[in-house]
Design a protein. Structure first.
Length: 94
């Protein structure tokens, strides 16, 4: 069962590789270091982009091709987070 805000393709694989999930506060190391919260994918967005909500309030879309590392800073403290993480792990394993 897919949700319109789920990541797909190489974006989903990249998040899985670094154990990062929607809602996590992360630092993405690429051409620059971007710190923010992993946002849900936009419906119809490219399969090779990850969206972060920066501290300034702006969103930035980062191509997985330039990502060198994703470091999780913190995870949300809500019960739904566990269910979402399990759902994402199942998708990566498929």
């Amino acid at each position: 069962m897919s949700d319109d805000t789920d990541y797909r393709g190489s974006a989903m694989e990249c998040l899985g590789k670094y154990d990062a999930f929607v809602g996590d506060s992360v630092a993405i190391i690429a051409d620059l270091t971007y710190s923010g919260i992993v946002m849900p994918a936009n419906p119809g967005s490219a399969d090779d982009k990850i969206v972060l909500k920066l501290g300034s309030g702006y969103n930035v879309s980062i191509s997985v091709d330039i990502i060198q590392d994703i470091q999780t800073i913190s995870v949300p403290e809500i019960d739904q987070s566990i269910e979402y993480r399990q759902k994402l792990i199942e998708k990566v394993v498929e």
